[in-house]
Design a protein around this ligand. Structure first.
Ligand code: GLC
Length: 666
């Protein structure tokens, strides 16, 4: 039996991360020691073999031991191993070993997780102000702990079925013609696709909820034209609202006091893509409702999905920061280098963006109180996405919308998914993508994926192919790249048939992937799991950091090394090694438990079916809508059964018993 304790310290902000009511306990936490001197500090001595799971979107391993992580939503397109903070802030960890328990630190400002960084066997969680809720969850196994946690934070977001198709994105598509060219590129090459993502250039001067009329005249007709080709257009929405007289979002926000304010009550100004912007105060329920209702301007034109961006919120600079910089520059140019040494100028330039001073210079309204942004910084992306999610409930309560965000906090998982932000065309980022997936699932984020091929820097054909072969399995499968990088739509490369094949495998597996996603979401379970969650007694399985369990039937083990022709895998039990071959056939071989080297060419998609299990496989299709469920075949062990979940993919009739069918592999 799992046990949950909730402890209150000081005056916590109500984040609404936890959806279930849990009674507070007065006594001290059953595990670890708490100190309230100089903020909050929880300390625990780790046993030598304890594993620490969780933290959602963070760098490094599935086992988080050996680094210091800081929960602080940060725009960091250059993240690497040493990075401490990423776009999301997910304060849930699980300690697995002799004692199995989880901790959720519900505190929306910076929280530091020193996981054997200062002292190899000490886990210390700290924050500056002791205003928080601490949840301690004890369970038989780490998996039990996670399931308990998932239960109390509420059901994960469920996207429409089309969102399980493949999507192409690029920052730089500017015109209808640009989008048509991409649609044509995919359709002409018969590479399946369901979504084209519209980055900031579809807007008029980067103004939220506007369309660049010159390039996208009669937008609803264009949305329809694409939809007739089974392609959904998915526009981006940014956090900052452009400061511009006459722009209704700006005018209304100012008039009603819906923007974040400076100490003196004036609207806070931050530069982002449109130039100077104001941030909608999404913490204030009234402002949140107002901002959310604006999504209707696009849903009314036929749009069925969005991605929310720059919502850490990211700040390029503020007028105050710029002013200080200009002053220093003046002194520097006047030759006062003793006062302003050159390195200091560089330092000031580098710190213009996302400066802590700026995050401490604006305020939200919550429950009639003014609250300084840095004290609840990690809630912005969550509440921007919640604004949209709550609005969708008003716009079309029976319908599912695609929604994912860059920044997030636990609680947001009920309103949308996330993509893992700006990554790089690096091999190490394929592996990072894989490792983040189960950690994110533990924190409630099921609809996730990375920018396949890499966002920053130039991709290569082999990198993209290998990354796609992992992306086949991530619920969000999107190829996205930054402005100025090499074009990376799949048809831009030689040997297009290899790309077609890999993406076709996604569609062939979609009945399984969708079914497993839905079952996980509907029962607060994991879609991706570390091997140890399925094979608790297996010491080797506990160490595997580059293979994942997906649903109840399969294990995945993608190749993430350049020039490799295969890889080593560890099988905790006998499994059927399956490869989807470029000629459309399926290679299968039963492998005994243990270590194996398996060959996997660039154009093959591998997976492993667990002993005694089977999975449904459909024929290839060019869009989700075209998948013919009548062609389903079962792949795997003979006489195995599979519980298929299937629904219309549009509505929310999840509990209908007709959605579940037991199939047997005869
Ligand atoms: C941010 C987003 C990226 C997008 C770019 C332009 O960097 O993370 O996905 O392409 O902004 O909107």
């Amino acid at each position: 039996m799992a046990m949950i304790w909730k402890f209150k310290y000081g005056h916590p902000f109500e984040t609404e991360a936890v959806a279930e009511h849990i009674k507070e306990t007065e006594e001290a936490p059953p595990l670890g020691t708490v100190s309230l001197q100089n903020g909050f500090r929880w300390r625990y001595e780790l046993a030598k073999d304890d594993i620490v799971y969780g933290l959602g979107e963070a760098v490094r391993g599935i086992n988080k031991r050996g680094h210091r992580y800081i929960s602080h939503a940060s725009d960091d397109p250059h993240h690497m191993e040493s990075t401490q903070s990423l776009y999301g802030a997910h304060n849930f960890i699980v300690i697995a070993g002799e004692q199995n328990f989880g901790l959720f630190v519900d505190h929306p400002a910076k929280v530091t997780f020193d996981i054997g960084y200062t002292c190899s066997d000490i886990l210390e969680i700290s924050c500056q102000e002791a205003d928080l809720y601490l949840y301690v969850i004890e369970g038989e196994t780490p998996y039990e702990v996670v399931k308990q946690f998932r239960k109390i934070i509420g059901r994960s977001y469920i996207p429409p079925k089309f969102a399980f198709g493949f999507g192409q994105s690029r920052w730089g598509y500017r015109t209808k013609e640009d989008f048509r060219r991409v649609a044509d590129g995919y359709r002409a090459n018969h590479i399946p696709i369901d979504m084209l993502y519209m980055d900031i250039d579809y807007m008029q001067d980067f103004k939220d909820f506007t369309i660049n009329g010159e390039e996208f005249g009669d937008f609803p007709a264009f949305v329809k034209e694409m939809k007739e080709r089974n392609i959904r257009l998915i526009p981006i929405i940014d956090a900052g609202v452009k400061v511009e007289k006459g722009y209704p979002v700006y005018e209304e926000g100012v008039k009603n006091g819906y923007f974040c304010k400076r100490e003196d009550g004036s609207d806070f100004v931050a530069a982002v893509w449109p130039g100077y912007t104001h941030f909608p105060d999404v913490i204030n329920p009234e402002a949140r409702r107002w901002f959310g209702d604006y999504y209707r301007t696009l849903t009314e034109q036929g749009i069925e999905g969005f991605w929310n961006d720059m919502n850490e919120p990211s700040i390029f600079y503020t007028p105050e920061g710029l002013e200080k910089f200009t002053e220093l520059m003046r002194k520097f140019v006047d030759g006062k280098t003793d006062e302003v040494p050159p390195f200091y100028i560089k330092y000031v330039i580098m710190n213009l963006a996302n400066n802590p001073k700026d995050y401490a210079a604006f305020y939200h309204q919550a429950g009639g109180q003014k609250i300084r942004h840095d004290k609840i910084h990690n809630l912005f992306g969550y509440n921007m996405t919640r604004a949209a999610g709550e609005a969708f409930e008003r716009i079309a309560p029976e319908k599912r919308f695609l929604m994912f965000s860059r920044s997030s906090y636990i609680g947001m998982h009920r309103y949308g998914g996330i993509w893992t932000g700006d990554n790089k065309s690096w091999w190490s980022h394929i592996l990072l993508n894989l490792k983040m997936m189960p950690s994110l699932n533990m924190c409630g984020f099921l609809y996730t994926g990375a920018d396949l091929g890499g966002f920053g820097a130039d991709t290569t054909r082999d990198l993209l192919l290998r990354w796609l072969a992992l992306g086949v399995f991530t619920p969000l499968m999107r190829n996205h790249a930054a402005l100025g990088t090499r074009e990376q739509e799949c048809y831009q490369f030689e040997g297009t048939e290899d790309f077609r094949h890999i993406i076709e495998v996604r569609y062939r597996l979609l009945p399984y992937l969708y079914s497993e996603y839905m079952k996980a979401a509907l029962s607060d379970d994991l879609y991706f799991k570390p091997l140890a969650f399925e094979y608790p007694g297996d010491e080797m399985a506990a160490q595997v950091e580059d293979q994942l369990m997906l649903g109840s039937e399969i294990m995945i083990a993608p190749v993430y090394t350049q020039n490799a022709r295969g890889r080593y895998v560890y099988l905790p039990e006998e499994m059927m090694f399956v490869k989807f071959m470029p000629d459309g056939t399926i290679y299968r071989k039963e492998l005994a438990a243990g270590h194996h080297y398996v060959e996997i060419e660039l154009n093959e998609v591998p997976l492993f079916i667990r002993a005694g299990k089977c999975i449904p496989v459909a024929d290839a299709a060019e869009s989700v809508e075209r998948i013919d469920m009548g062609t389903l075949q079962l792949l795997g062990y003979k006489d195995a059964e599979y519980l298929l979940y299937e629904d219309d993919g549009v509505h929310k009739d999840y509990e209908n018993p007709a959605n579940r069918r037991l199939l047997t592999n005869r």
